[in-house]
Write a protein that binds this ligand. Structure first.
Ligand code: FES
Length: 104
């Protein structure tokens, strides 16, 4: 179980208790605004883009090549960008904060 805080594009925080799945599936299940997950989590739509709190980047990790290629198609990326569907929920992420990327 991991408690994840998503700051939505409207500035509102949504705190989710996630037991499994990914940052994307936990957000969609809890109707977090701004995370659509259109491709179902196969790294081909970027509608699950989040900015990870910099203090958490070591634990969340960097995108692999396929994810980095997909993020290049998004205008709002930076060194904290991840696709939520590519970040599995683990107990080590308990307390994680992410900001949902601005809509494209
Ligand atoms: S849900 Fe499509 S890239 Fe993550």
């Amino acid at each position: 179980m991991a408690k994840i805080t998503y700051t939505q594009p409207n500035g509102q925080d949504v705190v989710v208790d996630a037991a499994d799945g990914s940052l994307m599936t936990a957000a969609v299940a809890n109707q977090v605004e701004g995370i659509e997950g259109d491709c179902g989590g196969v790294c081909s739509c970027a509608t699950c883009h989040v900015h990870v709190d910099p203090d958490w980047m070591d634990r969340v990790g960097q995108p692999n090549d396929a994810e980095a290629d997909m993020l290049e198609l998004d205008d709002d990326t930076d060194e904290t960008s991840r696709l939520g569907c590519q970040v599995p929920i683990t107990p080590e992420l308990d307390g994680l904060k992410v900001r949902v990327a601005a809509p494209q």
